[in-house]
Design a protein around this ligand. Structure first.
Ligand code: GLU
Length: 456
């Protein structure tokens, strides 16, 4: 049986690091098994779903390299949901309800005041045909609930809870007591469908083999398992991984703006830094830079996902981004350096990569070797002396040592007093790549002009 998984975001907002993790875990799982990865847009909430969010999701996934084998949106599949709804009604698993929200709230309050769990009491199941006709005649539109297979558990004297069990690939043996779950509404009064239902119909029709998602869906999983069975389908394998939390332990949803994929991209972060962190955080594998998705897929193991929540911290992402850049070979970045106007060839890349926090930092170092910078001259006499001692070209990695030894002998300067003014004059910065490597890349003409304070 070939693996088929799906990533099913709602286009009601932008992708954030938590969604990326869901998408990536599914993608890696599919790639690892030679399976299929489907992008499904869960746009049943017509008010909040927008085409521009759907487009942004596709843009973000493409930037991350998480390409899909197939894609569709739920709003195009209403006729399939209608057919499944008819089947559930025919088998008595979907029943019409007429309570208003106010009425349900009042009942819930009464139950809680009496110390009872606030569960739907299935009053609508006891309506006679005549009562239903009467309610419909009053113009009340029915919403539809799924009758969970937990009937006896709703009786107050029961001692045997109805459990839904499955072997979760991350959480292990799961048993959800359905006596604590209300019959879920699957169809709203206006006829629109809820995700709980449409997801199952789609998972059946697209022959999903594994449902892999966050643990906020564990209770849904139990309800959905019963819907699968009610529609005569086998429940796919399921994996529910723990969610990411912020540095202070807060839910990530509170700071989505700063954690959006769009934000990472505009901050100049590497897609593979985001991917590596998203795939490795919360696993038993140490977070480390990984250059390609293929490498990540080769080692990814869903069973390494931890059951406890993991902290996501943007400083960790920034640090991983830098570590990734420091190890990337020139061919991996050449075309992007070119696009930045910062391509100085392999030697320059190898010289500067260790000093980059983001790739566009290379722009400055390319100006240092091949363009114009503002040199900083602290001591004009010292600079003039250094210029005088400059050896003729050709320059090699040994030139720096020979030149600075000569300056030291001539001026008596040593240590920081020797090197710091040279660095400021040659690069305009306090810190940077090793000058011994940089010097031949800058070349004699530029070095000379900079020592003389010229803006080159
Ligand atoms: N649209 C749902 C969500 O974003 C999908 C959950 C699922 O994978 O079933 O939470």
């Amino acid at each position: 049986m070939s693996v088929i998984v799906r990533f099913a975001p709602s286009p009601t907002g932008k992708l954030h690091i938590g969604n990326v993790r869901t998408a990536l875990i599914n993608w890696l799982f599919a790639r690892r098994q030679g399976g299929t990865f489907i992008l499904r847009l869960d746009d049943t909430d017509r008010e909040r779903s927008t085409d521009s969010n759907a487009e942004a999701i596709r843009t973000d996934l493409t930037w991350l390299g998480l390409t899909w084998d197939d894609t569709f949106r739920q709003s195009d599949r209403t006729s399939h949901y209608d057919a499944a709804k008819a089947r559930l009604i025919a088998s008595g698993r979907l029943y019409p309800c007429y309570e208003t929200q106010d009425e349900l709230d009042r009942r819930r309050k009464r139950q809680m005041a009496r110390g009872l769990p606030p569960l739907y009491d299935r009053a609508a199941l006891r309506l006679s045909d005549a009562e239903r006709t009467e309610l419909a005649a009053q113009g009340i539109k029915a919403h539809w609930r799924f009758r969970l297979a937990n009937t006896e558990a709703h009786a107050p004297d029961t001692t045997v809870p109805t459990l839904v069990r499955w072997q979760d690939m991350v959480r292990g043996d799961q048993a959800i007591d359905m006596s604590s779950v209300s019959d879920p509404v699957l169809v709203r009064g206006d006829g629109s469908y809820l995700y709980t239902f449409t997801s199952v119909v789609d998972d059946i029709d697209t022959e999903i083999t594994h449902i892999i998602r966050g643990e906020d869906h564990v209770t849904n999983a139990a309800v959905q398992a019963q819907i699968f069975e009610a529609l005569g389908a086998t429940v796919p394998a399921m994996a529910h991984f723990s969610l990411l939390i912020g540095r202070e332990g807060e839910a990530l949803s509170k700071r989505l703006g700063s954690l959006s994929v769009e934000g990472f991209r505009s901050d100049g972060l590497e897609a593979m830094a985001v991917n590596a962190l998203a795939a490795l955080i919360g696993t038993s594998d140490a977070v480390h830079p990984v250059a390609t998705l293929a490498e990540l897929a080769a080692t990814f193991d869903i069973t390494h996902l931890s059951r406890s929540p993991s902290r996501f911290d943007t400083t960790e992402l920034a640090a991983l981004n830098a570590r990734l850049l420091h190890m990337l070979p020139y061919p991996a970045v050449a075309h992007r350096l070119e696009a930045l106007g910062a391509d100085g060839g392999e030697a320059e890349w190898l010289a500067v990569r260790g000093n980059l926090a983001i790739l566009s930092d290379a722009v400055h170092w390319h100006a240092v070797t091949s363009g114009t910078i503002a040199p900083v001259i602290e001591d004009a006499a010292f600079s003039a002396k250094a210029a005088e001692m400059l050896p003729p070209e050709p320059w090699t990695a040994e030139t720096w040592g020979a030149w600075t030894t000569a300056i030291k002998t001539a001026t008596g300067a040593k240590g920081r007093a020797l090197f710091h003014p040279l660095r400021l004059a040659l690069t305009g910065r306090e810190n940077g790549p090793e000058l011994k490597v940089l010097l031949p890349l800058i070349g004699r003409a530029r070095v000379l002009a900079r020592l003389q304070g010229g803006g080159v």
